[in-house]
Design a protein around this ligand. Structure first.
Ligand code: FAD
Length: 487
């Protein structure tokens, strides 16, 4: 049994009393992220420096406390949801942009820097930070690195792993290591790559060297509206099969259009079955040619209208609706649950039809807003948890949707990660041997199994004697998400 009081005193000594919380309100606030599962923790710490993070890790090691790293807590898979006597280490006060080097097209940042703050800081220099999650106003670079976050513009520019050259990490024993380097493509095993998307299970990222991307000289944003979902979805693969990879291709169905419009007043066509928000960028001639190809593909599938943003203000408005869609669904019902499975683009029409059918059979409202160009679905199941039996129907529908995607050659997550919520689906994609190999990688970084236990790998995944969660007995570790953890 960990001596939490002693750990608290040692942390207060190292970080200062204001930077360590253990009152019931704080423990409740930090017991979950933006996903649907709730856990519990013993202590919450707010480091300001790398040395503070080292102190957190050393105290946790001395007292055998599990450690849960946390950025802004916007994760949608329960990755930052602590379980048991955990120490939650929140990096939001490590929020400095340390260095911007336009000549090398890179910047060094602390993990708590918000994604949009970084993009805004480099904009006057003619650059951007390309991965742009819809949560970019609030999510942190540390969280982005650890979930390998995507975003609308990752279709052409690539997800976070393509934009991070190096990471500085405090390992569970308190040592600080750099993985990767400012020079790309270092020889040897790609440990930087292993850290990216590791969901806080290998160490705490305390710094990142990110690539800066030049702003394109010309951009065109188009809203295409359709009277049938299947025509809208079919247009997506036609555009890309035709040789054009737009900067972004986002799809929203009727329910989302109505919800987003009443919030953003972007002029979305509320009678449409579905719309595509397409952005092309590059040299002006290329933008012209790509726009024509997009319009032709859309006409082949019976597009009703094509609206082209006339200026930056209209472009921003069209994006505002898309980026606020998750929040806007609160108008439909108080709770939502979503998966972010990826399917091959050519399967979008069939899989979307399957998603609506599953939701209908479970009597659950489903709306879809997603990175269509990547085949990265986000079916949002809206519901009211207070109505008895609803949560069970939501979880059953959600499992069937995940199976449908995987059976169509899909993947469990395109960007949100696995965390706690999707952990028990991992055997749908990976064999015992695969999972064992992943457990061995984890054990190499964290031999005591204290980093973000219970996350990503299911309880059965083992590497020799490495236990996924120190201090949990086999029976407890073998059970899936504990009863009562769903909000
Ligand atoms: C409205 C909304 C829209 C969203 N849109 C998108 C989208 O378009 N694309 C997308 O990819 N995601 C999206 N997300 C999900 C979420 O914003 C991303 O997963 C984001 O990367 C999480 O960042 P965070 O700072 O909130 O991390 P957290 O939620 O705090 O943590 C996420 C994971 O990273 C780990 N972690 C955090 N910081 C560190 C660190 N410094 N060191 C080690 N581990 C760490 C945590 O342990 C956890 O496993 C959306 C979420 C919401 C609520």
């Amino acid at each position: 049994m960990a001596d939490v009081d002693a750990a608290r005193r040692e942390l207060e000594e190292a970080l200062g009393t204001t930077e360590v919380l253990s009152d019931p309100l704080a423990l409740t606030l930090y017991a979950r992220d933006a996903a649907m599962v709730e856990g519990g923790c013993a202590l919450v710490a707010f480091p300001h420096t790398v040395e503070d993070v080292v102190a957190c890790m050393q105290v946790a090691a001395r007292h055998a406390l599990p450690v849960v790293p946390r950025g802004s807590g916007t994760g949608l898979a329960g990755g930052a949801t602590p379980i048991g006597d955990a120490l939650v280490v929140v990096t939001s006060k490590m929020d400095r942009i340390l260095e911007v080097r336009p000549e090398d097209r890179l910047a060094w940042v602390e993990p708590g820097v918000l994604n949009l703050d970084l993009a805004n800081a480099v904009a006057p220099l003619g650059f951007t930070y390309a991965p742009d999650p819809s949560s970019q106003q609030t999510c942190s670079i540390g969280g982005n690195v650890n979930t390998n976050a995507g975003g609308p513009h990752c279709l052409a520019y690539g997800v976070t792993s393509s934009h991070v050259l190096a990471v500085d990490v405090v390992l569970p024993d308190g040592t600080v290591e750099r993985f990767g380097s400012e020079a790309p493509e270092a020889p040897g095993y790609d440990l930087r790559g292993i850290l990216i998307g590791s969901e806080g299970t290998l160490g705490i990222v305390v710094g990142a060297c990110v690539r800066l991307t030049p702003e394109p000289p010309a951009v065109r944003t188009m809203l295409l509206d359709f009277s049938a979902v299947k025509d809208c979805a079919a247009t997506v693969s036609s555009i890309i099969a035709g040789g054009v990879v737009p900067a972004a291709v986002e799809m929203m169905d009727h329910g989302i259009i109505v919800a987003a419009e009443s919030f953003a007043h972007a002029g979305y066509p509320t009678d449409a079955a579905a719309v595509l928000l397409v952005e092309v960028d590059g040299l002006p001639e290329a933008v012209e040619a790509q726009s024509r190809a997009v319009e032709n593909a859309a006409r082949d599938h019976g597009v009703r209208t094509i609206r082209v943003a006339a200026d930056d203000a209209e472009r921003a408005l069209l994006w505002k609706g898309r980026k606020s869609a998750f929040g806007a669904v609160a108008q439909i019902a108080p709770h939502y649950h979503l998966h972010d499975c990826v399917v091959p683009r050519s399967k979008l029409v069939d899989v979307l039809a399957g998603v609506y059918e599953i939701a209908g059979r479970h009597d659950i409202i489903v709306t879809n807003v997603f990175h269509a160009g990547d085949g990265n679905l986000h079916p949002l199941l809206s519901f009211d948890r207070r109505i008895p039996g609803t949560l069970e129907r939501v979880l059953s529908a959600s499992e069937q949707i995940v199976r449908l995607c995987v059976n169509n050659g899909g993947s469990l997550s395109g960007e949100h990660g696995i965390g706690l919520e999707k952990r028990d689906f991992m055997p749908l994609m990976f064999s015992e041997v695969d999972l064992g190999a992943q457990a061995c990688v984890r054990a190499a970084f964290d031999p005591e199994g204290r980093m973000n236990p219970h996350k990503v790998l299911p309880a059965g995944a083992r590497c020799g004697d490495f236990a996924m969660a120190r201090g949990t007995d086999a029976a407890q570790a073998a059970q899936s998400i504990p009863e009562g953890s769903w909000i």
